[in-house]
Design a protein around this ligand. Structure first.
Ligand code: 5GP
Ligand code: ZN
Length: 113
């Protein structure tokens, strides 16, 4: 997808601190962390919303959810973690390539707004 920041990171055109990569996903550090550890897990196929997801893309997303807990040491998830997927305007989605925020490394409050 042209002009998509995360497609460019996946293609290696824009640098990122990579934590894990396979045929389904890339996990890298968020440039502006909102918790002590803040990573983004990005499926390698471009889509914006869960509502747009194809069957094949849903398999990639499933692989993401399966892999994340397997990386508990590498991502510092031992004491718990939070996953967030922002969808659309009200949620404040700013990059229109679906991604899972992985937050960990500290106690987290709950302030949805
Ligand atoms: P969203 O707001 O769409 O749910 O999340 C987008 C995330 O991408 C934000 O947390 C933001 O800090 C992160 N981000 C934006 N630009 C870059 C970048 O160039 N590199 C990395 N690693 N993260 C970025
Ligand atoms: Zn993309």
């Amino acid at each position: 997808m042209e002009n998509c920041l995360f497609c460019k990171i996946i293609a290696g055109e824009i640098p990122a601190t990579k934590m894990y990569e396979d045929q389904n996903m890339l996990i890298f550090k968020d440039i502006d962390p909102k918790a002590k550890n803040h990573y983004l897990c990005v499926p390698k196929s471009h889509f914006k919303l869960l509502a747009d997801m194809t069957e094949e893309q849903s398999e990639m997303l499933k692989a993401c959810f399966k892999k994340i807990p397997e990386l508990k040491k590498e991502l510092g998830l031992e004491n718990g973690y939070r996953l967030v997927i922002n969808q659309g305007e009200d949620a404040g989605q700013t990059v229109f390539h679906l991604h899972i925020h992985i937050l960990s490394g500290q106690k987290m409050g709950w302030t949805p707004a």
